[in-house]
Design a protein around this ligand. Structure first.
Ligand code: MG
Length: 383
């Protein structure tokens, strides 16, 4: 094991859990957080939630689960190289998408519209809600009772209005502070992971071609290198060799640039990191520009592809229809969801009712949402 730097998050120096608990016998606090995330029901459901492509379009595409595991892999590499707390970065990476609705961003945007009058819906805040409130498995408390630092990392962004309601966890959004470095690592590992695996999935789905990708400098460069080394290599292997080089370059650049930036600011502790007010985990300007170029390419060619758009449109309709029908007739909700609603309604009236429906829909997998929509609206399934 390497020695943590003074500005890393120390398991023993955590700001603690909401409910006091004795320490685990063998496991440090953040490792325990990681384990609790893995054993959560929301984590298992990530397997059947869309990243970009709806799950049933093929078994080879990323799902939220495999995405989260790739984020954790990248985050751990970076955390270890910078002598930060690997367990914490991993816990945040594995938990970061727990609040995602079915059907990726289409589902979230649709649910946000439905919740317009009730405080909106935001997947990032929902991830926190999952670990704080919605997981019900421990005898002594609701939620997973994770450490402050893990929760701080899960809450990547937050509006000022919502931040004001979150107590100590929301303070940094009001004070212009940063989260700890492990959170910053998980955050950027997320971007590196999805930008590159979306290229891979986009190629596999035939939505973008190797030719199209020659417009992207980082791709073109790695592609030239690989095809010169192995002129007869099968296409699938070329793609993998190119993408692993692209990821590797970004990660190495990130580690070097971040270490230099940390050295310049010389924080003595995680609190110094927070108070610095600017991110210390970052790419060099050149790597960052390349990254932006790739993002722009994906937005124009993949996320706005007509086939992706068609899927998006259908997904939005399903989510909206479910929200409306549950709002109009709450008897359609299964018992646990109705009990949850009764609780929230008592505290918050109509907004509480809306929130309970949003919680229920957000927890659905893609296929469950499709099946539920079918069960409610199709005349041929009168069961
Ligand atoms: Mg993500």
């Amino acid at each position: 094991m390497y020695e943590l730097k003074s500005y890393a998050a120390f398991d023993g120096g955590s700001r603690g859990r909401i409910h006091e608990e004795p320490e685990a016998a063998m496991r440090p606090a953040f490792q325990r957080d990681r384990d609790r995330v893995i054993h959560s029901a929301a984590f298992r459901r990530l397997e059947y939630k869309t990243q970009v492509f709806v799950n049933h379009e093929g078994d080879m595409f990323r799902t939220r689960l495999t995405h989260s595991i790739e984020v954790a892999q990248i985050a751990r590499t970076i955390a270890r190289a910078l002598c930060l707390n690997e367990d914490l970065s991993e816990a945040i990476a594995l938990a970061h998408d727990l609040g995602h609705t079915p059907f990726g961003h289409a589902g979230q945007d649709s649910l946000n519209k439905c919740m317009h009058d009730y405080g909106g819906f935001e997947h990032n805040l929902q991830s926190l809600r999952v670990v704080d409130v919605l997981e019900e498995k421990y005898a002594a408390f609701t939620g997973l009772n994770l450490s402050f630092e893990t929760r701080e990392g899960i809450l990547k962004h937050c509006s000022r209005t919502n931040a004001a309601m979150l107590g100590p966890l929301g303070e940094r959004f009001l004070n212009g502070e940063q989260p700890g470095l492990e959170a910053q690592v998980a955050n950027i590992a997320d971007e590196i992971a999805y930008n590159h695996h979306d290229v891979d999935d986009g190629l596999r789905a035939g939505l973008v071609s190797l030719d199209d990708l020659q417009d992207v400098e980082s791709f073109r460069e790695a592609f030239a290198e690989v095809t010169e080394l192995w002129p007869d290599l099968a296409e699938r292997r070329v793609i993998h060799e190119v993408i692993r080089r692209m990821i590797n370059r970004q990660v190495l650049d990130l580690i070097e640039t971040s270490q230099n930036t940390i050295d310049q600011h010389a924080p003595g502790s995680i609190d110094d990191v927070r108070a610095t007010g600017v991110p210390l985990i970052l790419l060099s300007e050149e790597a960052s520009n390349r990254h932006l170029e790739l993002k722009r390419f994906l937005r124009a060619n993949l996320y706005r592809h007509y086939r992706v758009h068609r899927m998006t449109l259908k997904a939005a309709r399903i989510v909206e229809a479910l929200f409306n029908v549950f709002s109009d007739d709450t008897r359609l909700l299964p018992r646990p969801a109705r009990d949850h609603m009764a609780e929230l309604e008592e505290a918050d009236g109509a907004a509480g009712r809306g929130r309970a429906i949003a919680d229920y829909i957000a927890g659905m997998t893609d296929r469950f949402a499709i099946a539920e929509h079918e069960r409610i609206f199709s005349a041929s399934t009168l069961t």
